[in-house]
Design a protein around this ligand. Structure first.
Ligand SMILES: [Zn+2]
Ligand SMILES: [Zn+2]
Ligand SMILES: [Zn+2]
Ligand SMILES: [Zn+2]
Length: 287
């Protein structure tokens, strides 16, 4: 609602007292009913309530709170009568305007109402009455520059969008770089661990190598001993292989000796028999 300071009532003295607000003593604006039956301008009663006052109704006088306001709209007839109150524009002095249409008068037709140049957003500071507005806009330098300014605004807007995009990209890249940094640090830690482990493994390998070399030396000695034993064994084996031949020799000697013994025995037997012959002859002779 346009401030009521732009108009005055045409026939103020003859306006029905029932239409007057008891707070501001003017015809009601945006009236509101209170529980005790009176009607006030909405702004007036709200201001009153805000200051912690009691109800201005003479018969009521209780402390004002939102509970004391009613949600009921005032009668349509009252609104209609208020809208038809006649006012005079204090700017252009036009008179007999319905109060209900005064806002529209100011917004669209009051010749003295001061408005901004449409070029205000590009720098024109002209602020003047509507009746010279057309004249100004036709000569306004800012308005003449508008096509170029519009282009520049578009360029600036595009650059702004580009900058926003770049900022988002930069933020994304910053996040990604942060993540990569974290990963690299993790991998670095792992590498350091692995380096330590490799060092330990190297030490172990060196120890095992030393042990293996010791074992190699021991094995070499054992090999020499085994070879010695092997050659001794081979000598023994060769000796053993020669013994059956000797045994064969000994056996055949034994057989020969056996034959000889046999023939000696036979000779002995024969000799005994030969000897027995004279004995028996002697025996016989001695009888
Ligand atoms: Zn009032
Ligand atoms: Zn009251
Ligand atoms: Zn006017
Ligand atoms: Zn201008």
């Amino acid at each position: 609602m346009i401030s009521s300071s732009f108009y005055e009532y045409v026939d103020r003295e003859n306006i029905d007292p029932d239409l007057i607000c008891r707070i501001c003593r003017s015809p009601l604006i945006d009236p509101i009913l209170v529980q005790c039956g009176d009607t006030y301008c909405r702004l007036c009663i709200e201001k009153y309530m805000g200051s912690g006052s009691n109800c201005p109704s003479q018969l009521c006088n209780q402390l004002l709170s939102t509970d004391h306001l009613t949600p009921n709209p005032p009668p349509r007839l009252v609104i209609s009568i208020l809208d038809k109150l006649q006012v005079r524009c204090q700017l252009c002095k036009k008179t007999n305007i319905n109060r209900g249409t005064f806002d529209e008068h100011i917004k669209t037709s009051c010749s003295e109402y001061r408005i901004d140049c449409p070029g205000k957003n590009i720098g024109c500071q002209w602020f003047g009455p509507r009746n010279v507005y057309d004249e100004h806009t036709q000569t306004c330098l800012f308005e003449k520059l508008r096509p170029m300014v519009d282009i520049l605004y578009k360029v600036i807007e595009n650059q702004r969008l580009d900058i926003e995009k770049l900022q988002k990209q930069t933020e994304q890249q910053t996040t990604e770089i942060g993540q990569q940094k974290t990963e690299i640090e993790l991998q670095k830690t792992k590498l350091e661990q692995q380096t330590t482990e490799l060092g330990q493994l190297n030490t172990q390998v060196a120890q095992q190598k030393a042990q293996l070399e010791q074992q190699k030396t021991e094995l070499g000695q054992q090999k020499i001993e085994i070879e010695l034993k092997k050659s001794k064994f081979e000598q023994l084996e060769a000796q053993l292989q020669q013994q059956p031949i000797r045994i064969g020799g000994i056996q055949s000697q034994n057989q020969n000796q056996n034959h000889e013994i046999l023939s000696i025995r036979q000779q002995i037997t024969t000799l005994e028999e030969e000897m027995n012959k004279p004995r028996s002859a002697i025996h016989w002779l001695s009888k």
